[in-house]
Design a binder for this molecule. Sequence first.
Ligand code: B12
Length: 292
Amino acid sequence: VNGDTVLRIGELSKRAGVSPELLRAWERRYGLLRPSRSSGGLRLYSLDDLERVRVMRSHLADGLAAAEAAALAAQVDLAREPHAPAVHHAAARADLADALERFDEPRAQAVLDDALAATSLEAVLSDIVLPYLHDLGERWERGDVSVGQEHFASSVLRGRMLGLGRGWGRGLGPLTLLACLPGEQHDLGLIAFGLALRARGWRIAYLGADTPLESVERASDSLAPDLVVLTEERIRPVATELRKLARRHRLALAGAGVGEIDPRELGVLDLPGGPVEEADRVTALVQADRHS
Ligand code: B12
């Protein structure tokens, strides 16, 4: 429930972009905020409070008087179903799209902050970020989104996802080496996959976009990962080299190109699903190995 996430006044202020003094005034004058109290008597605010502050701000920006804006904002959660999810995925996606397409990086980060505070990283990836990217591509293809907007959005999301992966090479879990083959620039799915594996205890060695196959080979030989995962839109042209690599290392192929190969013929594992579901599958596989 939204009420479960608690924020102190400073955090609420930062997220809402409203000073603590003004927040207290709105609480006192209009009953806009409904804090609970910690055992030490500290006021604790919920995401519903945050939502009401945001609605209040947007009505103020539209020119409503404060009392009027507060009255409208106070009704916000009345419209919500009693058991609505903590994050409204569709709403978060729309907010994210709006922020990114207006080139508003701080607001996009704040939308992601809120989603991450209220739900798991995986849900944020599979219900908000990845579907948004898919959408973005379709609108870009139709010409509704410019190349600049698309580049901006993917850079912000890529930076954020890599930031969430900070330290993902640490620990003692199974190790995976991730790379996109030569010519492949689309690495967002691969990063999402790395994050999903990290959440399952894996260590990640991330080589990223456009990596020569010889480099993948050399890195694999020196790291001896439990699993090498490569993506590439066109797999056929490198089939011979991949077959060779698969003899030395457990190799999986993922992304748009997996449909065009026969995995058995190459001696590889194919990962045709999305990043989160495939992270589940390879984790189960490696666990089964370890127990046999
Ligand atoms: C962001 C983006 C870019 C960014 C990439 C940034 C980055 N660092 O990744 C940039 C600007 C670099 C880019 C470049 C290009 N792009 Co682009 N891009 C996209 C966009 C908008 C999103 C892709 C994305 O990351 N989606 C998120 C992932 C997770 O979703 P997905 O790609 O659908 O992947 C699914 C599966 O394949 C799987 N998956 C993907 N990766 C992985 C990895 C693992 C390990 C696993 C298990 C699963 C998995 O998960 C998804 C399903 O849940 C798509 C639009 C779209 N509809 O997808 C176009 C899109 C992929 N791009 C396209 C094109 C044409 C290009 C360019 C050729 C454009 C150009 N003329 O320059 C270049 C090619 C660059 C290159 N040589 O690779 C086309 C591809 C069409 C095709 N296959 O014929 C698309 C579909 C857009 C379109 N509708 O035309 N692009």
